[in-house]
Ligand binder design. Sequence first.
Ligand SMILES: C[S@@+](CC[C@H](N)C(=O)[O-])C[C@H]1O[C@@H](n2cnc3c(N)ncnc32)[C@H](O)[C@@H]1O
Length: 330
Amino acid sequence: MNPVDASRLTVEVCLTRAGRLETMADDVRRGLTAPQKSLPCKYFYDAYGSRLFERITEIPEYYQTRTELATLQSIADPFVDDGRFTELVELGSGSATKTRTLLDAMERRGCLTSYIPVDVSEAMLRESAAALLDRYRNVTVHGVVGDFQQHLGSVPRPTGPRLVIFLGSTIGNLQSDERRHFLAEARELLDADDRFLIGVDLVKDVGMLEAAYNDSAGITAEFNRNILRVVNRELGATFVPEAYRHSAYYNEADRRIEMHLVPEDVQRVYVRDLQLTIDVSPRETIWTEISCKFTWDSVVAMLDEAGMTLTQWHTDPRGLFGLALAARHG
Ligand SMILES: C[S@@+](CC[C@H](N)C(=O)[O-])C[C@H]1O[C@@H](n2cnc3c(N)ncnc32)[C@H](O)[C@@H]1O
């Protein structure tokens, strides 16, 4: 790769280390002292966790990424022609691999001017920004290192028709109240001609869903345990990650995969920076992630509640994964 052209890159860091640690300390204290222990899933994504997620996207059981990519490839050109978007804003951008399908189409159309990734992982954001600046020679990148639940106000105002994307069914990782708040904020990023493209994993056969989160290579288990390593490193905790078993199952009533860490025997954990000691017993779990599954109806209702209208709906032939395009209500 050629050296990054610094004049085309701006990275705005909304999360200072001190601020991030303070928020993490509050989140971890609240999560570990609640009757159902939990840790917020955004803490999976340090540099190692982001890499593990990239490996998950390649495992055979994880149909989501390749299915979403295939649908994106089939719709990208007509879609970009319709919208004449000049800028692409991506929330939870990660490696921005699938994003290239849309950026390529925008470049072919000759309208691409800027890409605005927002991600909590600074390392991943800088790495993907460098790769994209190398690939797209006329684009500027304005990265926002921040929490998409708190920092959408730092996304610059639109300079032309804008497409905001939220791929990978990351929306499914939010609880319903968080989702409502997030979508209301995301709507504020849109002017009348702008569009919001959201990837959603669909309700399907339980066996297929559970296999996607219990891969035979154990990469998802390693990803799950990484959250304990992050808390150890950042807050001086004494979790022994290997003492916890990965558990992921489908909760039919709530239409979601739940991911937990279950200790094999009683684990006493001290969190130095919180001066907190907790015991985690084998009857308990630490709940680390939800991954909600959607239907066309639930997507329409979710968007409507956030003041948005579904304008296009695309799925793969097997109906595994959906891509919903929305506009703000007139
Ligand atoms: C499930 S991955 C999806 C990555 C990519 N969009 C894709 O479709 O493959 C979630 C991404 O969102 C980021 N992320 C998770 N929680 C976040 C938050 N609260 N604020 C900003 N980024 C977040 C992670 O760092 C990661 O890159």
